[in-house]
Ligand binder design. Structure first.
Ligand SMILES: *Cc1c(COP(=O)(O)O)cnc(C)c1O
Length: 225
């Protein structure tokens, strides 16, 4: 039996410590508790412990959980966007973390009368790592995305390749933080960086993460689907 409340308290304390070590205000880093493939009871335990930001990867799962939970939640959709599933995501997502394509943005805003707040996924690592806009294309892609009415680009997200040593992710986090500065220099009001998971969030915080996405350390191992 996973004690979600105890795990959450430990992760929050570790996140606060990582912020202090990095010389950062703990209030500047938000914790997204990633509940994919975990049941409503665990999510509810996190909410009961004061958590408000919940992350999901799969569109229908997000829709179903958002319908089942009545407590106030800021839902973060952290999975890859697909146009044919925009209708599940757009009405409930408070943030979309992994936007890539202009046509995905158009599909989302078409279903979201109040608009969409999104981060653009940046591809880091080798060919095998999944998803995201190539770093060399990010500035051009953001220039296109900000033309989509109703879309608010808030920053960047990345998911570097998993390795045993979390320090391996450091150059990738630094690269994405640098890209955020380039976007600001290009005139965009972007200030959010979604990077860092259970094993590497300390490294991400050192490199300026403003959202860390943590699943396993809070909810335990995911049931295999
Ligand atoms: C599953 C997932 C997470 C959480 O990963 P953990 O290792 O369980 O903390 C974070 N971000 C994305 C994009 C994910 O798919």
């Amino acid at each position: 039996m996973t004690d979600v409340a105890a795990n959450l308290a430990r992760v929050r304390a570790e996140l606060d410590a990582a912020c202090r070590e990095a010389g950062r205000d703990p209030a500047s880093v938000g914790l997204v508790a990633v509940g994919k493939r975990h049941g409503i009871d665990r999510l509810q335990a996190a909410l009961d412990a004061g958590q408000i930001d919940l992350g999901e990867n799969y569109a229908q799962e997000l829709r179903d959980k958002a319908a089942a939970i009545t407590a106030p939640v800021r839902w973060h959709f952290i999975g890859r966007v697909q146009s044919n599933k925009a209708r599940y995501v757009a009405p409930v997502a408070w943030r979309v973390h992994a936007l890539e394509e202009v046509h995905h943005a158009e599909a989302l805003v078409a279903r979201a009368p109040a608009g969409i707040d999104a981060l653009v996924a940046v591809h880091t690592g080798d060919e095998q790592s999944k998803g995201g806009v190539a770093p060399s294309q990010v500035v051009a892609r953001v220039r296109e995305l900000v033309q989509v009415p109703g879309l608010r680009v808030r920053g960047l997200m990345t998911l570097p390749p998993h390795t045993d040593d979390p320090e391996d992710a450091a150059p990738f986090f630094a690269e994405v933080a640098d890209l955020l500065q380039r976007l600001r220099a290009d005139g965009h009001e972007v200030d959010e960086l979604s990077m860092g998971m259970s094993h590497d969030f300390r490294v991400a915080v050192r490199h300026g993460a403003t959202w860390v996405r943590i699943g396993t350390a809070i909810f335990g191992e995911r049931p295999t689907a």
